[in-house]
Write a protein that binds this ligand. Sequence first.
Ligand code: DSN
Length: 386
Amino acid sequence: MIASENYISAAVLEAQGSVLTNKYAEGYPGARYYGGCEHVDTVEELAVSRAEDLFGAEHANVQPHSGTQANMGVYFAMLDPGDRILSLDLNHGGHLSHGHHVNFSGQLYEVEQYGVDPESGYVDYEALADHAAAFEPDLIVSGSSAYPREFDYGRIEEVAESVGAYHLADIAHVTGLVAAGVHANPIGNADFVTGSTHKTIRAGRGGMILTTEEHAEAIDKSIFPGGQGGPLMHNIAGKAVGFEEALEPEFRAYAEDVVANTRALAQVFTDRGMALVSGGTDKHLLLVDLRDSHPETTGQDAEERLESVGITVNKNTVPGESRSPFVTSGIRVGTPALTTRGFGESEMETIGHRIADLLDSPDDEELTAEVSAEVDELCETHPIYE
Ligand code: DSN
């Protein structure tokens, strides 16, 4: 139940594990620095055109090795060291590569951060606008790794335009939900859209950048030769196959099920007296704030308690966090991987109640054994690969 993980199809797995891993192909289709690129050109052209179709983008670059390298590609293309970035605070659901001080992005650029309203748990757009007017950023990042609500990309674009900043929408977590049309698409409201390709979208592992014709050349140069060497052609093949699967109508049904499953889980947690950041979820993850319901239980305790029965989640900081990121006061719980395995809302209700039982009774060994057996049975009846 790690929100950023999923199970790729057998076809994506086959493409990613193929002989394409052996090929060097610096450059882009039709303009490589090595011979023998006829077939990898076909593969990359397929991945690019499918990404452009899926998201309605004018230009796609599918070579970034990860979402963070996609963000780096945009920063290096459009900013100079010392330029200003305004992004969501990590403790409010942001991401390291959006300017955290331990990351290159926080070391190269001057970064200030916006946050969520402490009462509602939603991004405080008024405060963001005031902050942007005072700080005058060169680039504003919308996007998150632990924010359970949709971003209002139009609102952030208005702010970016008002201060003359570029707008980068990092959709890493919600790439599949955006592709399926069950989450807002920032194309048209952001100059750059970045993402990883293996989370909700279930394609080959890595990253991508979507942009307009205007910025296409700068982005391509920033990725190669600017920031990366040889592209990982096996992963690009996996992206091409996964994007094709995401273009099929069944993928929309999958994405709808992911959201329905998260909402079912949210309802159980709420009924069991657990607080959720923002009171619920619009997407594939939710963030449980344990401070009121389980004041003695840290996020780390909860992660370990659930791990002991075979339920894998991650501890996560929450807005207003006072504990360290190694301890935290919350857990992030996601449904993309379980939904791929065929878990539905009734299984989510069972799992939600069992999670609550385990947190309510941290030392009950009989309960541990009982839930452990239930987890085994659920996994056996929902195999990952036939
Ligand atoms: N590791 C990803 C996540 O779990 O959100 C982000 O990089």
